[in-house]
Write a protein that binds this ligand. Structure first.
Ligand code: C5P
Length: 215
């Protein structure tokens, strides 16, 4: 066995967006493609981890050696995360919808009443919940998609959510859906900024880091 790898570890990865139904035919969504999360799951599996990938609605192939669980909504993602525990590490890459539509029932009809008003309610923060769980993985990593003050927001997020690392990315450009990413790794030891590189390369480097941390 490869002594520098992730053999005998179980690692949870969330990826992609969530879809929040407005009614049976409409939903709220975001621009997450799932590419970065899928690349991380693939890289962890290559290092020998048993990987459970909890994926929102995306059009990506399941990486080799990865167990994939498909979900649609934030509430389904939360339930799938809880069901997949325990895990040695969790990397929460999903762009979970902050809100869902309250009381999404029958198809909303166009009519004399004018446009409908959607009542939104907050979704649970899956990552923050995991940080407080008795089954908290010993390495808990969150992502932060920001458009400004990237490092400041990521540092604050790390403290607020009580996670070990935040991987911050600037999504003001073409990161969402694109093939490359510029990330900053925020840990207890400070901030490390990586050059812009393909999402696969970010994933490989992050997987090596995770292996070193779990060793
Ligand atoms: O608060 P914000 O959405 O910026 O936090 C992003 C991080 O938290 C990501 O790791 C994301 O996967 C996770 N998250 C979550 N559940 C939510 C919102 C965010 O797990 N409802």
């Amino acid at each position: 066995a490869d002594a520098t790898g992730l053999e005998e570890t179980h690692i949870l990865v969330t990826a992609g967006p969530t879809h929040e139904p407005i009614d049976p035919v409409r939903y709220l969504a975001n621009r997450s493609s799932g590419k970065q999360g899928f690349a991380i799951a693939a890289a962890l599996a290559r290092l020998g981890a048993r990987v459970t990938l909890i994926a929102g609605p995306v059009t990506l192939d399941t990486p080799e050696g990865v167990t994939r669980i498909d979900v649609e909504t934030a509430l389904e993602m939360q339930a799938a995360v809880e069901a997949a525990l325990p895990a040695d590490a969790a990397i929460m890459v999903a762009a979970v919808a902050d809100w869902r539509v309250e009381g999404a029932g029958q198809k909303i009809k166009k009519g004399a009443g004018g446009p409908p008003v959607l009542h939104l309610v907050e979704n649970p923060d899956i990552l923050a919940g995991l940080a407080r769980s008795p089954l908290r993985p010993r390495l808990l990593i969150g992502f932060a998609a920001e458009t400004e003050h990237v490092i400041d927001h990521a540092t604050a997020k790390r403290a607020r959510k009580q996670v070990d690392w935040i991987v911050a990315n600037d999504v003001s450009g073409d990161v969402m859906g694109g093939a490359a990413n510029t990330v900053h790794i925020v840990t207890a030891n400070g901030v490390e900024s990586w050059e812009r590189m393909p999402k696969d390369a970010v994933a490989a480097r992050l997987a090596e880091r995770i292996a070193a941390a779990l060793r």
